[in-house]
Design a protein around this ligand. Structure first.
Ligand code: THU
Length: 138
């Protein structure tokens, strides 16, 4: 994966935070932990993890956990600088459709999203617009 030096610096800063976040995952039903690290405008890192429920549809993914937590802490929608998503049990993680819709509403079109699984060489860099082109909005 070739990145600009700036993108690589963001990646290296966010990866250990997302790894740490994945260790907090509550995933007894899937045994599939995911962690997310969200960089705010004032350079704080907000962590998120998946939180599952026995009523499966109530599960919250790591990406939405991080974003909802950041919004609840007063960070403005559209102010985020980057997100990194990490999942140790898959070679490369790809955000689900529900998260893509939420990310699209709360993050700017060109905001980078780094996706990483256990095969770091397979990691993939997206922008929000690339993750959900033609998103629903009104
Ligand atoms: N999951 C995430 O947290 N993020 C993703 O990008 C994909 C899936 C969670 C939801 C569920 O707890 C588990 O992974 C298996 O789908």
């Amino acid at each position: 994966m070739s990145r600009t030096a700036q993108a690589q610096a963001l990646y290296e800063r966010l990866l250990p935070e997302a790894i740490a976040a994945s260790k907090a995952a509550w995933c007894p039903h899937s045994d599939f932990p995911v962690g997310a690290a969200l960089l705010t405008a004032d350079d704080q890192i907000i962590r998120g993890c998946n939180v599952e429920n026995v009523s499966y549809g109530l599960t919250n993914c790591a990406e939405r956990s991080a974003l909802f937590s950041a919004i609840a802490q007063g960070h403005a929608p559209g102010s985020f600088k980057a997100m990194l998503v990490y999942a140790p049990k898959v070679a490369l993680i790809s955000p689900c459709g529900a998260c893509r819709q939420v990310m699209h509403e709360l993050m700017l079109a060109h905001c980078p999203v780094f996706c990483v699984g256990h095969q770091e060489s397979a990691s993939r860099d997206w922008t929000i617009e690339q993750l959900l082109p033609g998103a629903f909005r009104f």
